[in-house]
Design a protein around this ligand. Structure first.
Ligand code: BGC
Length: 414
């Protein structure tokens, strides 16, 4: 896995040496699966329609860890890309280094302050300046299910942890794989986001992952969350290690597995395979998190390269924030708009639910940044948490040890 990552990074660096024309945007991103590529095409075509060329710089690896490594190397070598897909705290870190273009002129002219939700502005603005253009809102506490398998086995949508475990047992007894999972650190952490929220509730989640409260991190509730991860581990197939997330989604699409716990980018894969919500697949919140949303938002930050924001960078930001793009892109991507004034008319049942859930969670104070996707704490803490969660998932730590290691990891890295 590590070897693959390095190869991907090296290939991306080589690709970077191809020349970029003045009116081109060079976009570093990690949207490489079928559904993600289909969504990205909506953006490419929008810009091409304005006469702006697109230099693609994909860096495979869900969650963006590899993309951020390549970005660091590009910036260090004095050759940053024009625009970069980024999440939460990474944006604030780069803005703190003074690397990002000021988008206040576009934001002012287009009224971004009035339409982008506060939860996103926290990560899109630094020192009062807009430094990134929000593309969407994803959330991580979803379950994707193969409807035919559930119907055949008489499984109703589970609403509690106990019902979920009973459903997993039923699938196991039928000989199918209960949970499609890809054993990569960011995927383990994505599952943990939902399991921790369900086990301890929103206050627990906030105290542990956002406030980094030691007592909560070291609590019995955290141990219980790790115990539940072990239950999940006992319901994945033998070949899960290193599997890409979209291949896990394909297992659900093809009827090889019943469930996948994954952010709503998974919906893009179902749609790309011509599958329909409520007919072929079901989307529901992880049991016990029906009222909460753990969100992440993709944004594009523009590297200033010591200059004013470039014409093509401004055009990219404007294109991203336009209401028609927000609808067209997010319908394909599986996410929901980063603006509050976009109609849900074009969205399918899961998209409509995603939009309604986001609004309800924001209104009731149940919207929390995703730990797994860089919206709860900076990369150093996030990566240290990943290590513990993954070591436990792979049986290197029992739950009690994992709790101790989590506390230590946070103490060292925060
Ligand atoms: C991003 C999504 C992406 C997913 C898997 C997440 O961190 O926010 O846009 O589809 O990773 O690659």
């Amino acid at each position: 896995m590590r070897k693959l990552t390095m190869m991907t990074a090296a290939a991306a660096l080589m690709a970077a040496s191809t020349s970029v024309q003045a009116e081109d945007v060079e976009v570093l991103h990690w949207w490489t699966s079928g559904g993600e590529a289909a969504a990205l095409n909506v953006l490419k075509e929008d810009l091409q329609g304005q006469g702006i060329g697109w230099q693609d710089m994909p860096v495979a690896g869900g969650g963006g860890t590899q993309a951020m490594t390549v970005l660091r190397a590009r910036v260090t070598s004095g050759n940053p890309p024009t625009a970069v897909q980024m999440l939460g705290f990474d944006i604030l870190d780069w803005a703190g280094e003074g690397a990002l273009a000021d988008l206040n002129i576009q934001a002012g002219l287009e009224g971004w302050d009035d339409v982008v939700p506060e939860a996103l502005q926290q990560f899109a603005k630094h020192d009062g300046k807009w430094v990134s253009a929000p593309v969407n809102v994803h959330s991580t506490n979803w379950v994707w299910a193969n409807k035919a398998i559930l119907d055949e086995l008489g499984i109703a949508v589970p609403t509690t942890w106990d019902e979920f475990v009973a459903a997993l047992e039923k699938v196991k007894a039928s000989g199918k794989t209960p949970i499609a999972h890809g054993g990569q650190a960011w995927q383990d952490a994505t599952v943990f986001d939902a399991v921790a929220m369900s086990t301890g509730g929103p206050e627990f989640y906030k105290k542990a992952f956002i406030d980094l409260d030691e007592e909560t991190l070291g609590s019995d509730t955290m141990k219980e969350a790790f115990d539940r991860m072990a239950v999940i581990r006992s319901h994945v197939d033998d070949n899960f290690s290193g599997r890409d997330w979209n291949l896990a989604t394909a297992m659900v699409i093809n009827g090889d597995a019943a469930f996948q716990m994954m952010g709503d980018w998974a919906k893009g894969e179902f749609l790309n395979a011509d599958k329909k919500p409520d007919t072929d697949f079901l989307c529901f919140r992880f049991p016990g998190t029906q009222d909460q949303v753990t969100f992440n938002a993709d944004q594009f930050a523009m590297f200033a390269q010591g200059k004013e924001v470039g014409k093509e960078q401004a055009a990219l930001a404007t294109a991203i924030l336009s209401p028609s793009f927000q609808s067209a892109f997010n319908v394909v991507k599986g996410s929901v708009p980063a603006r509050t004034d976009v109609s849900d008319d074009a969205f399918d049942a899961c998209g409509k639910k995603g939009m309604a859930d986001l609004k309800a969670a924001a209104d009731s104070g149940n919207l929390y940044g995703s730990m797994a996707h860089g919206h709860a704490n900076p990369a150093a803490v996030k990566n240290a948490m990943y290590d513990v969660i993954t070591a436990h998932f792979n049986g290197e730590y029992d739950s009690a040890t994992a709790v101790e290691e989590l506390v230590t990891a946070v103490q060292i890295n925060k």
